[in-house]
Design a protein around this ligand. Structure first.
Ligand code: PNS
Length: 168
């Protein structure tokens, strides 16, 4: 983790599996991009056991939906998040908190990351309440069972699923 001075651009990393990218993730990206000079949205490799989309597909979804924001870059990382944070010279990790139920696991992860790397600060952002019940896990299940997911994910993700399974 870099020790940015007042004059240095402040970079944050928003890590996740993004399998699939949801409208809730995009809400967090937009909020974080307003708070930091640069935001790197980093897709973790090997974070989902049976992924719906490959890492390349997920990167493409992010590129299409938020990679065009002027201070947002899309990247991937393998291994420990704390190492990626240091490689990206970031001053903070951004995570979304949808509900109190997210808090326990996120709190544990943030403290563990700080234990692994004492300078690793985590900033939690609350997405709009309309996304509070949307999770990638649920979207994967609904998609696999043939349900409609287009209200919860950005258009490129919905379109790719249509191409793959033939319906929304
Ligand atoms: O979108 P997700 O699945 O909630 O993201 C979880 C992610 C990728 C941020 C987390 O699994 C992670 O950081 N994985 C990298 C491995 C690591 O550093 N593990 C220790 C964190 S306690």
């Amino acid at each position: 983790m870099s020790t940015a001075t007042q004059t240095e651009a402040r970079t944050a990393v928003y890590p996740g599996s993004f399998d699939p990218l949801t409208n809730g993730h995009l809400d967090v990206v937009r909020r974080a991009a307003r708070l930091f000079d640069r935001l790197i949205v980093a897709v973790g490799r090997n974070t989902v056991k049976a992924p719906l989309f490959s890492v390349d597909e997920r990167v493409r979804h992010l590129q299409k939906t938020c990679g065009t924001l002027p201070n947002v870059r899309i990247n991937t990382f393998s291994g420990l998040l704390t190492e990626a944070v240091s490689d990206f010279r970031a001053v903070a990790v951004v995570r979304g908190l949808r509900a109190v139920s997210d808090f326990e696991v996120e709190f544990q992860m943030a403290l563990m990351n700080r234990e692994l790397s004492p300078e690793c600060e985590t900033v939690f952002l609350m997405p709009s309440p309309e996304y509070s019940y949307v999770s990638s896990t649920m979207i994967r299940e609904i998609a696999r069972l043939g349900g409609a997911i287009d209200a919860f994910v950005p258009q490129p993700v919905a379109e790719e699923l249509v191409r793959r399974i033939g319906k929304l």
